[in-house]
Design a protein around this ligand. Sequence first.
Ligand code: SF4
Length: 339
Amino acid sequence: MKDLRSLTLEEITEYMKTIGEKGFRAKQVYEWVSKGVSSFDDMTNLSQSLIEQLKREFRLDNFKIIQTLKSEDGTIKVLGALWDENIVESVFMTYKHGNSVCVSTQVGCKMKCTFCASTLGGVIRNLTAGEILGQIYALQNMTGERVNNVVLMGSGEPLDNYDETLKFIKLSTDEKGLNLSGRSITLSTCGLATEIRKLADERLQITLAISLHNPIEDERIQIMPITKKHNLSDLMSSVDYYIEKTGRRVTFEYALIDGVNDTERHAQALGALLKGKLVHVNLIPVNAVVENNFMPSSNNKINGFKRVLMDKYRLNTTVRRELGSDINAACGQLRNQHL
Ligand code: SF4
């Protein structure tokens, strides 16, 4: 069965032609899909025979929420079952500037970052564009609120699922579809330099976020094995290319781990690596993960680190407010198991 939410308007139009339906039917179906309906029977302006035909060939409700957990700060984490009973997590967060959703792009992840719970079981499969979109629809339907921002930062490496991630971006920014602005989408990668260059050529207006976490190559390899394949110089040249092609500022995510990457030496190396580039640094006090011994840096260390980047290297730097850490919903804590 195909996933209806993965189809563009053009693809639905092609399909309608093959079954002898008029073109306007495609538009009607696409509008229903974009409204996030989860049952074909809700498509009230279609004929019963077309509804039955769609039911036979397509899947619609592709992310069924099976568990919900609400944090004290209002963050909602859900576990959703995919058609094959694999389970992924999504998180709904409310900020002053609107509602954000953190979506998963793969069941598990193969990148093996040592601070991340999502990779503990390896990668099981890629999500389709429609399954990534389905997480947004499910959360909009559950909360009754519109999603304004999307971060591709749940389980999975989005650029390891390049085609479906790109299709998701195109579907979600389609003005006849969900109509998100490109700028409201943040794609977070551990540093797949080849795909970053490919993405740059798309000239999208999305925000690219690099999970850097250590500016010293020998040390980054220890926590992010992707560094063996794409060393820091390769990664930085792909970032330069991305900035040149898109004109967009790139975010560098830096999870501060007590005693591991939060020293003066790291701050200086990070400053030197990014100095003069169109970038923004996001410092994140790392969340404790039971399977390893990482602990967050002290506030003193975080502030000292920030001062070096801002005062000496003139880098735009913020400390990210973590939401949902009491329900294991903050970054690096997503995992594929029941709550
Ligand atoms: S941090 Fe991202 S890329 Fe790294 S293992 Fe976790 S999900 Fe994969």
